[in-house]
Write a protein of this length. Structure first.
Length: 57
């Protein structure tokens, strides 16, 4: 079960990195919706991660 927590953490970090990369390449105005969607997905993954960690301990 701990491998799932690590995978979810890496997934959330990857989503945030992709959002930052889009922002730097294309700017905020051109890719606003996609950047916000990636950040919201990362937050959702982190919520699932926190729930899993709390159930493990």
């Amino acid at each position: 079960m701990q491998w799932l927590v690590i995978v979810l953490l890496l997934l959330a970090a990857g989503l945030i990195v992709n959002a930052l990369r889009l922002w730097r390449r294309h700017g905020w105005k051109q890719k606003k919706h996609l950047i916000v969607m990636l950040i919201v997905l990362a937050a959702a993954v982190q919520i699932v991660n926190v729930v899993l960690v709390s159930k493990l301990h």
